[in-house]
Design a protein around this ligand. Structure first.
Ligand code: GRG
Length: 345
C-alpha cells in the first residue's frame, strides 16, 4: 500500500527540494475570527496562546488524559536505573503545550473514533517530540540551557544521560505505539511505519541536518520550506494521521487531514520563527533570539516579519480549507488552527 511518508521530496538537479504537492499562496484569514481570538481571555493554564473558552474546555481535559496516559506508559521514576527514568520523566512532564497529542485526539474524534483509542499514538508522538527537543538542546546541536521554562535535560542530568534519555524516549515511543488497537484498515505495522518514517532520516532528522548545515547561509525558499516541513510539520502531521488511523479513517479523510497537518505544521514553524524574534525568553520558556544569533534559516530572516506573518496566515487558511470536507464536525480542529496563529508562546 502506498504510504504518505514513503516518497522523499523530489530533489532537483541543483540540489533544491521540490514541493509541488504543497498548498500554494492563499488568501488572508477572516479578520473577525482572528480578533475574537486575539481578545479572548487568557488563563495561566491556557497552553495554546489565546484559546477561546470552548477550545479551553476541549484542550484541558485532553491534556489531562494525555498526561495520565504518559504517566502510565512510562517506566516509574524509581525503576532501575532510576537516573534514566527520572531524566525521561523530567522532560516529558516539564510543561510542554501537548500540541501533537491534542491534535492526535482531535483527529481521532473527527474521524468518528475516541480520544481513548488514540492515546497510545498521542503519547508515542509526544515521546518522539520530547526526545527531539532534548537532543536539539545539547551543546553539539542548538546548545540551550532553557526548555519549557526549565533548565534543559543535560543541564540537570549531564550530557551523557540526556543523550540516553532522548534515545530511551525514542525507543519507548514504539513500545507505547504497539498498545494502539489495530483497525481493519491499519494494522500495528502501518502505525509503527508511520511514526518511524516521520521521525527518521528522510523527515524529522532530515530537517535537523539541513538546519545545521545551513546555519550562516542564505537558503532558497524551497530549501527553507523543506527544512520546516521536515523538522516540524512531519511529526505534527504524523500525530494527526495516527489519530485518524486509530479511528479507521477512510483514505479520503486521511488525505484531507494530511493536507491540513502539512499546512498547519508549516504555519506553526513560521510562527515559531516569528516568536523567536518578537517574544521574551520568559514568555517563551526557551531562549529567545537564538535563530538570529545562530544565523538560522527562518521566514523572518528570508522574508521580513510582515511577510512572514502573512505567510503564516496564508498557511493557516490553507489548513482550514483542507478541513472543508468535514463540515461542522471540524469545529474543534478549526479552533486549534486559528488559536495557534495568534499564540504568543
Ligand atoms: C537525532 C541527535 C539527534 C537529534 C534530533 C530532530 C531533532 C534532533 C531536532 C528537531 C527538533 C526541533 C527543535 C524541531 C522544531 C519543532 C518545534 C517548533 C518544536 C517546539 O514545539 P512546541 O512549541 O514545544 O510544541 P513544547 O515544548 O510546547 O512541546
Amino acid at each position: 500500500m502506498a504510504h504518505h511518508f514513503d516518497p522523499a521530496p523530489e530533489v532537483l538537479a541543483n540540489g533544491v527540494y521540490a514541493f509541488e504537492s504543497l498548498p500554494g499562496p492563499l488568501i488572508s484569514p477572516p479578520e473577525r475570527s482572528l480578533q475574537r481570538l486575539r481578545f479572548a481571555h487568557r488563563t495561566p493554564s491556557a497552553h495554546f496562546g489565546f484559546p477561546p473558552m470552548e477550545l479551553q474546555n476541549y484542550i484541558r481535559p485532553a491534556i489531562a488524559k494525555v498526561d495520565s496516559a504518559l504517566d502510565r506508559f512510562l517506566p516509574r521514576a524509581a525503576t532501575k536505573p532510576a537516573t534514566i527514568h527520572k531524566a525521561m520523566r523530567y522532560s516529558i512532564f516539564a510543561g510542554g503545550k501537548r500540541l501533537r497529542p491534542v491534535l492526535c485526539l482531535a483527529a481521532a474524534e473527527l474521524c468518528g473514533g475516541s480520544a481513548e483509542g488514540a492515546l497510545p499514538a498521542a503519547c508515542a508522538v509526544e515521546c518522539v517530540h520530547t526526545y527531539s527537543l532534548i537532543h536539539d538542546d545539547l551543546p553539539c546541536m542548538d546548545d540551550d540551557d532553557l526548555r519549557r521554562g526549565r533548565p534543559t535535560n543535560h543541564k540537570v542530568f549531564g550530557e551523557g544521560t540526556a543523550v540516553l534519555a532522548g534515545d530511551a524516549l525514542l525507543t519507548h515511543a514504539f513500545e507505547i505505539l504497539t498498545h494502539a488497537k489495530p483497525t481493519t484498515r491499519y494494522g500495528t505495522g502501518a502505525l509503527v511505519r508511520e511514526l518511524a518514517q516521520a521521525s527518521g532520516s528522510r523527515w524529522l532528522i532530515a530537517g535537523q541536518v539541513l538546519d545545521l548545515e545551513n546555519e550562516g547561509k542564505k537558503v532558497s525558499k524551497n530549501t527553507l520550506k523543506f527544512i520546516h516541513l521536515s523538522k516540524t510539520a512531519a511529526l505534527l502531521t504524523c500525530a494527526i494521521r495516527l489519530g485518524a488511523m486509530s479511528a479507521n479513517a477512510t483514505p479520503a479523510k486521511l488525505d484531507a487531514l494530511t493536507r491540513f497537518g502539512q499546512s498547519l505544521g508549516l504555519a506553526f514553524q513560521v510562527i515559531d520563527d516569528i516568536l523567536d524574534v518578537t517574544q521574551s525568553t520568559e514568555k517563551l520558556g526557551k531562549t529567545a533570539g537564538k535563530d538570529v544569533a545562530a544565523t538560522k534559516a527562518t521566514y523572518p530572516a528570508l522574508f521580513g516579519l510582515a511577510r512572514a506573518r502573512a505567510i503564516a496566515a496564508e498557511l493557516t487558511q490553507g489548513a482550514l480549507a483542507a478541513l472543508k470536507p468535514f463540515g461542522k464536525r471540524a469545529t474543534t480542529m478549526r479552533a486549534i488552527a486559528e488559536s495557534l496563529l495568534v499564540r504568543e508562546y
